[in-house]
Design a protein. Structure first.
Length: 543
């Protein structure tokens, strides 16, 4: 992985590398001095041990000499060591001379220790000779003389050498301790010097490193404060060649992008405000038209329901007439035997026919009303289709409903025409029946043949009434369906009116929001640059 020295990471690595190098250098120097101090410390301990050992060996030989004199004077056996290599001093001497510790001693001490061998051997040799004289029966005086000439001088010489070595060892130990103390003081000074130098260099490097970051942060903070106040005209200029410069460039690009967004938001707010007002006006017009259509549909449904009710009543009357006719037909067999009652029955039948003519006239009036309503519905459907076309995409569903209403109106108009034709025929038949009844009344005297003709005519009337009743029931069913469709149209129109009202409210809310957005972005300073200049600036930075 390649690291650029101009980057913040490279600068950090260089800074910490220098600090670590200084710390390692100081640590190495201190470690070396500590090793020297440790070596001197152990040397001083060894020298103190050597001085102590010399004093102990001197005491051993004094005790050895006391035992020897006691053995000479009292004639007791000598328990001391007569072999110079087997005593404590002898064993140490022959194991110590030539060792590394011995070779590290100063030359004068090596010579003094080496000079111990001869007097020490003569000391033990003299002791053996003195004891031999004692054992041979020589007088005590002679033994003491021999002791004073062969043992005591060598003992004094050994003691002197041991004392000299002890003094030299103590002096060397004292000198070594002083040297170790000097090393310790020097180590402390060097350690503190290294710490202070490392600390000073670290502070200088950190100050130099953080100064650039501080300048960058101050510049970025200043730009951020301007942006927080709504001023987007500022920028940051950093030429450090590291991530700080990249961050400044990125912030400048971000502010430029925000300027472009604010300008676009300002234009969009104006456009949305204008469009929302237009939509609100259009929705108000559609709402008014929809309410008119809903009112007309409700009125039409009410009229159709009334037609359906009248048709049902007429069907009931026709059914009643048909039943009466059937009863009359059943009794025609008795008419021949009751001729005196024919005139009264014929009169009643004539009255019924007259009532039927009156009902037929009512049906004709209702049929004319239905035809007129169908024409009005057709006209309203045409107007609704025109309004739906003006509403555009939002009125497409309403246009479909208007077309269905128009078709239903055409069907209603056609059905009303058929009903009118049927009623006309029924009226004609009723007139004929009435004329026949009148002729029958005048021709009662003609006898049974006239009654038979009347019975036949009555059967024809019953069939016509049944046919009329069926068609009236069909008219009633169609009227009920038309009423249901009208109610659906009214409900759909009301639902559409509610939807249009909701859209209108939403448009008004959108207009208010757009006005607020426009007022908000109007307070933001974006400079004199327009969208094209913003895009040009972005393109120049990218290039």
């Amino acid at each position: 992985m390649k690291i650029r020295l101009s980057s913040m990471r490279g600068k950090l690595l260089i800074t910490f590398g220098i600090i670590i190098a200084l710390m390692l250098f100081g640590t190495g120097v201190v470690f070396r001095l500590m090793n020297n101090w440790k070596t001197a410390h152990w040397q001083a301990i060894d020298q103190e041990k050597l001085a102590t050992f010399m004093a102990e060996r001197e005491i051993d030989h004094l005790a050895w000499d006391v035992d020897l004199l006691t053995a000479i004077l009292l004639g007791e056996p000598f328990a001391g060591q007569l072999d110079p290599t087997a005593c404590n001093l002898g064993r140490w001497f022959y194991s110590y001379v030539g060792s590394d510790e011995y070779l590290q001693l100063p030359q004068n001490m090596q010579k003094k220790i080496a000079s111990l061998e001869t007097p020490h051997q003569r000391l033990h040799q003299g002791a053996r000779e003195v004891l031999a004289l004692r054992d041979s029966g020589v007088s005590l005086q002679g033994i003491l003389v021999d002791y004073q000439t062969k043992v005591l001088p060598n003992l004094n010489q050994v003691r002197q050498i041991l004392a000299d070595v002890r003094v030299d060892a103590q002096s060397a130990a004292s000198a070594t301790v002083k040297a170790a103390e000097r090393m310790e003081a020097q180590t402390t000074r060097i350690l503190w010097t290294a710490i202070l130098i490392s600390l000073g260099v670290s502070i200088l490097l950190v100050l130099r490193f953080t100064r650039g970051i501080h300048r960058t942060l101050q510049a970025v903070l200043g730009l951020a404060e301007r942006v927080s106040r709504g001023d987007l005209t500022g920028s940051v200029s950093i030429k450090s060649g590291d991530e700080c410069e990249k961050m400044a460039d990125a912030i400048n690009e971000f502010v430029a992008h925000v300027r472009r967004i604010v300008a676009e938001a300002r234009r969009s707010a104006l456009s949305i405000n204008h469009t929302s007002h237009q939509v609100a006006r259009a929705m108000d017009e559609i709402t008014a038209s929809t309410q008119e259509v809903a009112s007309a549909a409700s009125e039409f449904a009410a009229h159709v329901q009334q037609v359906s009710f009248d048709a049902n009543e007429m069907a009931k009357n026709a059914e009643s007439i048909a039943n009466s006719g059937r009863e009359g037909s059943a009794k025609l067999d008795d008419v021949l035997q009751h001729m005196d009652e024919i005139e009264a029955v014929v009169g009643q039948l004539a009255d019924s026919v007259r009532d039927l003519n009156q009902e037929t006239s009512k049906i004709e009036s209702i049929t004319a009303t239905i035809a007129d309503i169908a024409d009005q519905i057709n006209l309203l459907a045409l107007n609704a289709a025109i309004e739906a076309a003006r509403a555009g995409e939002q009125g497409r569903g309403f246009a479909v409903v208007a077309e269905e209403v128009r078709r239903l109106a055409e069907r209603s108009s056609k059905a009303s025409g058929e009903i009118a034709a049927l009623i006309s025929r029924v009226a004609k038949r009723s007139d004929e029946t009435l004329e026949s009844m009148e002729r029958g009344s005048r021709a009662v005297a003609d006898g049974a043949s006239a009654v038979e003709n009347a019975a036949e005519l009555l059967r024809q009337i019953i069939e016509s009434i049944d046919t009329m009743s069926s068609k009236i029931q069909a008219i009633a069913g169609a009227a009920e369906g038309l009423a249901a469709g009208s109610e659906e149209i009214a409900a759909a129109t009301q639902q559409q009116s509610a939807t249009v009202q909701e859209v209108s409210n939403t448009s008004q809310l959108l207009a208010v929001t757009a006005s607020n957005l426009e007022a908000s972005v109007r307070n933001i300073e974006t400079g004199d640059e327009d969208e094209g200049e913003g895009k040009g600036e972005a393109g120049s930075k990218e290039n």
